[in-house]
Design a protein around this ligand. Structure first.
Ligand code: PBG
Length: 329
């Protein structure tokens, strides 16, 4: 017979049954934590799947309204809407981004009209509307910071006028949070929130998103404005600035390869921390699951849990609807 030891501590006792495991569970993800990114198309009755993001569709406003209704029933109540803009509407100054008759702004008004109780977030950056495919204004191959702010201010104001709840400046220009806050306040939009893309890294994980919107840069890369993946302290500089400039939420993006940065900001900032579980992170799980190499549902849940455990209060994720559905069965 093998010997019974008398260890005082046996951590396995707290894992011995489902009830006890559940009792001592430290982190739980709920649908309240999630924001679902959606891709908007111009026109009517349009729907196309993003090839590199199985299960994710670009939709025209009429079909997007139906999708939002379905999600609301599942408990997903926050959405981030991105426009897929045809080339003919793109120019160097991203002028369509603040044209109140452009399909994106019209759709936002319609969404808020039909679902006033939903939380609608928008993206403030030039890239979907820019013929250069950059987040800032380009002159002589350079991205101009202060000149870009002027355009971002107009875009932010035009989006705020549609009645949306949260603006998401994703461009990484210096000073844009403070500038946008000032423009909003001076125009009476003191209630519109800013979720700042605070520590946004120059990442290879964004490619499927750029496929979805056809928004890849036409030359060069985004390394003069998005952060170097090697840097941690720099995230604190961005966080301090965005807090001081009036952001309401700080975002870390991507999420999975940057869990340490999420934890760093959680421990050093007082604002809520959002993590963007980006397109490439979604595609990797989907691709492996399609080949039967991973259990997609299990890995989805583990992924979201890990992001929350790292310190995120809010998670932007393409898994939002699927996660909500998985709770129902
Ligand atoms: C654009 C923007 C990007 C994403 C959100 N807003 C792409 C980029 O910076 O090139 C990426 C989101 C994702 O990959 O899911 N300003």
């Amino acid at each position: 017979m093998s010997q019974q030891h008398t260890f005082v501590r046996r951590p396995r006792r707290n894992r011995k049954s489902e009830v006890i495991r559940s009792m001592v569970e430290e982190t739980r993800v709920t649908t309240d934590d999630l924001i679902f990114p959606l891709f908007l198309l111009d026109g009517k009755n349009q729907q196309t799947e993003v090839a590199s993001m199985p299960g994710i569709f670009r939709r025209s406003a009429d079909l997007m309204l139906k999708e939002i209704e379905e999600c609301m029933k599942l408990g997903i109540r926050a959405f981030d809407v991105f426009p897929a803009v045809e080339d003919q509407w793109k120019d160097k100054e991203a002028t369509r981004s603040y044209d109140p008759n452009f399909f994106y702004l019209k759709a936002l008004r319609e969404i808020k009209k039909q679902f006033p109780e939903a939380c609608i977030m928008t993206d403030v950056a030039m890239d979907p509307y820019s013929s250069d495919g950059h987040d800032g204004l380009v002159r002589d191959g350079k991205i101009l910071n202060d000149e870009t702010l002027d355009i971002l201010g107009k875009m932010a104001l035009a989006q705020a006028e549609t009645g949306i709840d949260i603006l998401g400046p994703s461009d990484m220009m210096d000073g844009r949070v403070g500038y946008i806050r000032k423009v909003l306040d001076e125009n009476g939009f003191t209630d519109v929130s800013i979720m700042s893309y605070c520590a946004k890294y120059a990442s290879g994980f964004y490619n499927p998103f750029r496929d979805a919107l056809d928004s890849a840069p036409k030359f060069g890369d985004k390394k003069t404005y998005q952060m170097n993946p090697a840097n941690r302290r720099e995230a604190l500089i961005e966080a301090q600035l965005d807090e001081a400039e009036g952001a309401d939420f700080l975002m870390v993006k991507p999420a999975l390869a940057y869990l340490d940065v999420i934890r760093l900001l959680r421990d050093n900032a007082t604002l809520p921390i959002t993590a963007y579980n980006v397109s490439g992170e979604y595609s990797m799980v989907k691709a492996a699951a399609q080949r039967g190499w991973l259990d997609g549902e299990r890995v989805m849940k583990e992924t979201l849990l890990s992001i929350k455990r790292a310190g995120a209060d809010v998670i932007l994720t393409y898994f939002a609807k699927e996660f909500a559905q998985s709770l129902k069965h």
